[in-house]
Each structure stands twice: as C-alpha cells, then as structure tokens.
Design a protein around this ligand. Structure first.
Ligand code: ADP
Ligand code: MG
Length: 158
C-alpha cells in the first residue's frame, strides 16, 4: 500500500495526474471514500493526466460518462444508485475490459459486478485542516502491483 498526504484539492489532483501516466487500456481504478471525500476530484486529476480537455461532471445521475478526447478513453462511473439493483444490466464488464480506463466511485455497492483485479484508491479526511486528505493506493492482482510500484518509485523521486 502507498499512502500519500494531500494538503488540498490541488494536491489530490496532482497525485491523480501522476497516476494517470501509468494507466493502460483495460485498467480499473476503484475510488473509495465518503461523500465529499474527493473521489470526483481525484477523477478530474486523472482526466487531466490523460489529456482530457472536456469538463468532468459527476456521473451520479447518469451512472456512466465516457470521455474519449484523451490519451485513453476514460469511463467514469458512479454506482451509488445501484446499491439496491446491482449493476448486472449495465454491461459494466465491457467497460472494464474495454479500450479505456474505468474509474468507479462507490464500487463497494456492486461487489458482484467488479473485476477480480483492480487498483483501489481510498480518500479519507485527515489532520486538522478541512482540506487535508490521506490517499491510500492498494493493488489487487499482478498488473496493479506493477503499476503501483512504478508509480511509487516516481512519486518518491518527485
Ligand atoms: P466525492 O466524489 O468523493 O463525493 P468530490 O470530489 O465531489 O467528492 O468533492 C470533494 C470536495 O472536497 C470538493 O468540494 C473539493 O473542493 C473539496 N476538497 C477539499 N480538500 C480536498 C482534497 N484535499 N482533495 C479533494 N477534495 C477536496
Ligand atoms: Mg463523486
């Protein structure tokens, strides 16, 4: 696990922008954290890092938004509203195995619809400053262990 302190919103985005450099087609990033923790903010940083120019809007009502103007397509999902129904009718698997990067907010609500391997990013308020977050990245599966190792190396140098 890699843990990083982000002192404000911009720092959170910066972590995400750096992580974006290591993402490849078919990668899945699950974002954990309570309402307002910074999941959508983190996604904005990822999008910036992928070179996406379009404005990232929270997909709370649409569930999935796709952005195809960057280095890789970004599939941004917020599955909060699927807590009762599950996600099996949405064909999420096609996104997870697709040509882009899938980022999922509230993934714990659809445990049965998640891929076996993924990178988990957890955002938790930390410290005394309201804007501080602790960002913990953990890998499940080989692909993500390698990804996280590469990211951690570069992050230590920077
Ligand atoms: P979520 O998607 O987890 O519900 P959002 O990213 O939509 O959260 O909202 C996070 C809110 O917290 C934003 O208003 C953002 O400006 C604020 N914020 C303050 N500090 C941070 C930080 N360090 N990282 C991310 N967001 C922060
Ligand atoms: Mg959100």
């Amino acid at each position: 696990m890699v843990t990083i302190r982000a002192e404000n919103e911009e720092a959170t985005k910066k972590v995400a922008r750096k992580l974006a450099n290591y993402l490849e087609a078919g990668d899945v990033v699950l974002l954990e954290g309570n309402l307002g923790a910074g999941k959508t903010t983190f996604t904005k940083g990822l999008a910036e890092g992928l070179g996406i120019q379009r404005v990232i809007k929270s997909p709370t009502y649409t569930i999935i938004r796709e952005y195809t103007d960057g280095r890789l397509p970004l599939y941004h999902m917020d599955v909060y509203r699927l807590e009762e129904t599950g996600g099996d009718e949405l064909g999420l698997e096609e996104y997870f195995q697709g040509e882009g990067v899938s980022v999922v907010e509230w993934a714990t609500f659809i445990p049965e619809d998640l891929p076996k391997d993924y990178l988990q990013v957890k955002l938790v308020p930390a410290g005394t400053d309201l804007a501080e977050r602790e960002i913990s990245l953990s890998a499940v599966g080989r692909r993500y262990e390698a990804l996280l190792e590469a990211f951690a190396k570069s992050n230590n140098q920077a």
